[in-house]
Design a protein around this ligand. Structure first.
Ligand code: DHK
Length: 142
């Protein structure tokens, strides 16, 4: 099974971006974490990141057409984008929303997600390990 791990804006800057909030794991380390988790779970995991909303929409459309499960951290678009929600609603395979930080302990505007209502599950506030937990669920291990 192929799984897409998709990341939205500013997540390519993990490691130096607000380490008190997002930790010191770099984006490159996150890619490795997800790929290794996939290997352990028998999944072929591909990790992507974009700062351009239309590019994320295209990836989601491709996943919808291919029936590919998705782990999605939409970053700030989580809180703003009906377009990303509408693309996620077209997915036919499982969708797990992930946030590194506990958005519910942060600014009010981060407390609402446009994605959660069309996701199968949400992993919030468990750091980058949340990505591995999401992959375990998709693999049927948790
Ligand atoms: O915790 C995270 O992974 C999310 C990542 C972001 O970039 C923020 O805009 C979200 O509000 C939270």
């Amino acid at each position: 099974m192929n799984v897409l791990v998709l990341n939205g804006p500013n997540l390519g800057r993990l490691g130096t971006r607000e380490p008190a909030v997002y930790g010191t794991t770099t984006y490159s380390d996150l890619v490795t974490l997800c790929e290794r988790a996939g290997e352990e779970l028998g999944l072929s995991v591909e990790v992507r990141q974009t700062d351009h909303e239309g590019e994320l929409l295209g990836w989601l459309h491709g996943a919808a057409d291919a029936g590919t499960p998705v782990v999605l951290n939409a970053g700030a678009w989580t809180h703003t984008s009906v377009a990303v929600r509408d693309a996620c609603a077209q997915l036919t395979a499982p969708l797990v929303e992930v946030h590194i930080s506990n958005v519910h302990k942060r600014e009010e505007f981060r407390h609402h997600s446009y994605i959660s209502g069309v996701a199968d599950g949400v992993v919030v506030g468990l750091g980058v390990r949340g990505y591995a937990l999401a992959l375990r669920w998709i693999a049927g291990r948790d």
